[in-house]
Design a protein around this ligand. Structure first.
Ligand SMILES: Cc1cc2nc3c(=O)[nH]c(=O)nc-3n(C[C@H](O)[C@H](O)[C@H](O)COP(=O)(O)OP(=O)(O)OC[C@H]3O[C@@H](n4cnc5c(N)ncnc54)[C@H](O)[C@@H]3O)c2cc1C
Length: 406
């Protein structure tokens, strides 16, 4: 054989060219959860391609916590991961207290008002993703590759093809679960509206001298909301959303000065604050794809929509995307998936999810604007509105149901 032929032979052996019924780009929380749910309710072969390394106990810590509602918890129970979280990483919270720095307005509601034991669960986001990834590795019909940078996307007739330098996968349906800055969404030329809030969210674990009482606390400041989310062992997690320049100043403070600033921002309601971890800072954007599919590509989670974290709804919306898309796909056999156009299914998916996602995004943006307005007249109207809701049991029940995702 000539040298040229030898080289070509080696290239062919190295190139991993495969087919899969479904390709999921991104093995973050939602990509991994979708793969596991699809493996449960369909017979499809599923290929998951993740850019980063697989998470393990030695991975750099991420302090982010998800406040998850009933829909997310049910889905995690169905795929067998909820029970693996353990009480250390999944803490039920029973009530919410929201108050306004610019007025006397205050709002309290609790699970007991709707005869429930909790409004939701505070879940360690990194542990959840790690457990989901561990389950992927154990599940037949799912094959996962990590540390893979996709570079090419092509469409031909009824298939899509995604490729990296060493892997090429052809599929009837590629699903983008690769986050707010989705590569697949851009490659499929799906336009996305992006509105940076000009804010960042500072996240850290803390303990407080006053007990958190299993309550999620949130105070609205004119620089953005600060939330304290109750965890196990009396610890809490914070999400302090602040205008970028102020967030930079807060990140630059030494630990003691940050603790004092946080305790003050919380109106001393939880007493003295002690940092238990490093602070981490995430940029906040509202981003909404103009459509959730295009030929053989569908978007879920932050790839389709990302919102302000002030009500902790981002991942919850993504779990609802998974629930619907998996239910729709479960109506198809492997043969049908390969032979039929995906169009009708994907239209149903978009119709089923777009309204809820957009309304939640609009609501978060409206709330953000309402509390940012610093005019004294507006602030007292806002305070009156909050007190009115607080004194109206039926509205408090509505809020509790909304928080639970019922
Ligand atoms: C400060 C803060 C607090 C929040 N709190 C809450 C909360 O309390 N409750 C809640 O419901 N939501 C919350 N959210 C929102 C939540 O974090 C997101 O909605 C959720 O993480 C989105 O998950 P995802 O899997 O879609 O995307 P991501 O978590 O971004 O995961 C995307 C995955 O795709 C991978 N990837 C990216 N590009 C590629 C590529 N080209 N090829 C292959 N893989 C790729 C990434 O490595 C990653 O693993 C919060 C957000 C912030 C910023």
């Amino acid at each position: 054989m000539s040298q040229q032929a030898d080289i070509m032979q080696a290239d062919i052996v190295q190139a991993d060219i495969v087919q899969a019924d479904i390709v999921i780009v991104g093995a973050g929380t939602l990509g991994a959860a979708l793969a596991l749910r699809l493996a449960q309710v369909t017979d499809f072969s599923i290929k998951v391609i993740e850019r980063g390394p697989a998470l393990d106990e030695a991975s750099d810590p991420n302090q982010r916590v998800f406040a998850l509602g009933q829909c997310a918890a049910t889905l995690l129970e169905q795929i067998g991961v909820f029970k693996l979280l353990g009480s250390e990483s999944c803490h039920p919270y029973q009530s919410m207290c929201v108050w306004d720095a610019g007025s006397a307005g205050q709002l309290n509601f609790s699970a007991s008002e709707i005869e429930q034991t909790q409004l939701g669960w505070m879940v360690d986001a990194q542990k959840l993703t790690r457990l989901l990834q561990q389950e992927l590795a154990k599940t037949a019909r799912i094959s996962v590759v990590y540390e893979h940078e996709l570079t090419e996307f092509k469409r031909a007739a009824d298939t899509a093809k995604v490729s990296s330098q060493t892997l090429s996968v052809t599929t009837p349906l590629a699903i983008a679960a690769d986050g707010a800055n989705s590569w697949l969404r851009r490659a499929a030329k799906i336009f996305s509206n992006r509105m940076p809030y000009g804010q960042a969210g500072i996240v850290a674990r803390i303990c407080t001298s006053e007990p958190h009482q299993h309550c999620a606390w949130q105070r609205f400041l004119d620089t953005g909301p600060v939330a304290v989310l109750p965890l196990a062992n009396g610890d809490s997690s914070i999400v302090w959303s602040a205008d970028q320049h102020y967030a930079d100043q807060l990140m630059a403070l030494c630990e003691t000065d940050f603790e004092i600033a946080l305790s003050k921002a919380l109106d001393q309601r939880l007493g003295a604050v002690k940092l238990k971890t490093q602070r981490q800072c995430f940029p906040l954007v509202s981003q909404s794809a103009s459509r959730y599919y295009q030929a053989n590509v569908a978007l879920i989670g932050d790839a389709a929509h990302s919102i302000h974290p002030l009500a902790g709804q981002g991942a919850n919306l993504g779990f609802k995307d998974i629930e619907l898309l998996a239910a729709l796909l479960s109506e198809h056999s492997t043969e049908q998936l390969r032979q039929r156009s995906m169009l009708a299914l994907l239209q149903r998916y978009q119709r089923g999810r777009e309204k809820d996602n957009r309304q939640t995004d609009l609501l978060m943006t409206a709330l953000y604007q309402t509390y940012k307005a610093n005019n004294p007249l507006w602030a007292s109207l806002r305070g009156l509105g909050m007190s009115l809701v607080d004194n109206t049991p039926v509205l408090r029940e509505l809020l509790a149901r909304q928080a639970m995702g019922l």
